[in-house]
Design a protein. Structure first.
Length: 268
């Protein structure tokens, strides 16, 4: 857990072990030790290992939904004229897109509690100690934060769509950890690359040309962020980011964004 993140980890609360009777506690320890000893093999067998096509994250019913309806007719033609207005309009479109997609899987959609368009990281609901992010999703309060600092709207539109994807991962349960799943950098990369892909799926009709340009830039790996080792560790290589963005743009489905079933080299 060394790399910078644009979402905050939160640990589920457990009931106090102290109150459990001794045999139960011992059995618990033995099972955990066994899992730790067998690690990958057992996790693969019971399907909880990220990258296992049998894992709950890889077989989620959201993958059975059709292409995201990526139209956003209310978006202004000049997206750079009033960037905050553009992002506010896109927010409404993303709510509509994800509500319709989750409904196909009989999942209820609730919008983020708040979408903060901030001028400095200090104004965000979380992630204040991190030095460098364009956007961040705070799962505890379900707040999307986007840093508005550029004169071009599209990179911020992509950031907004990416943080929205984290919100969908959170409320659908895809981002939930299960069993002995290890919360490590590999887990983080699958989460981040999936969010890139899902963001591309939502923006593929809104801004297809700018989206292609952005994925081309990511693929060149020349961005300041993707060159940083810590960023690559938690978010994946520029080449893989571009790969998943292209998949989302071409197919437009969450199924195309199933990083949890992908081989390790595609989420490196
Ligand atoms: Zn992210």
């Amino acid at each position: 857990m060394n790399g910078p993140r644009d979402w905050e980890a939160h640990e589920p609360r457990r009931a106090g072990v102290i109150r459990r009777v001794l045999p139960t506690a011992l059995a618990f320890v033995v099972i955990l030790s066994g899992l730790a000893y067998l690690r990958g093999d057992l996790r693969e067998l019971i399907g909880t290992a990220p990258g296992s096509p049998h894992s709950a994250a890889a077989t989620h019913r959201l993958y059975e939904t059709g292409p995201v309806d990526g139209r956003c007719e209310t978006l202004p033609e000049e997206i750079d004229a009033d960037i905050r207005a553009t992002l506010r309009t896109l927010t409404g479109c993303l709510d509509r897109m994800w509500a319709a997609t989750l409904a196909q899987a009989d999942l209820a959609y609730s919008p983020p509690a708040e979408v903060r368009l901030v001028a400095t990281p200090e104004e965000a609901a979380c992630g204040i100690e991190d030095y460098d992010w364009a956007g961040i999703y705070c799962p505890d309060g379900r707040v999307v934060n986007v840093l508005v600092e550029d004169r071009r709207a599209f990179p911020m539109m992509f950031t907004l769509a990416h943080e929205y994807a984290h919100h969908v991962q959170e409320i659908s349960g895809i981002a939930g950890r299960r069993g002995p799943e290890v919360f490590d950098e590999a887990w983080s990369r699958r989460l981040e690359l999936q969010a890139d892909c899902m963001a591309a799926a939502t923006l593929r009709i809104v801004e297809p040309r700018r989206l292609r340009n952005l994925s081309r830039l990511a693929g060149q790996d020349s961005g300041t962020q993707s060159q940083e080792p810590a960023y690559r560790q938690s978010h994946g290589s520029g080449a893989n980011s571009a790969r998943w963005m292209r998949r989302g743009q071409q197919a437009g489905t969450v199924e195309a964004c199933n990083t949890w079933a992908a081989p390790a080299e595609q989420v490196s």
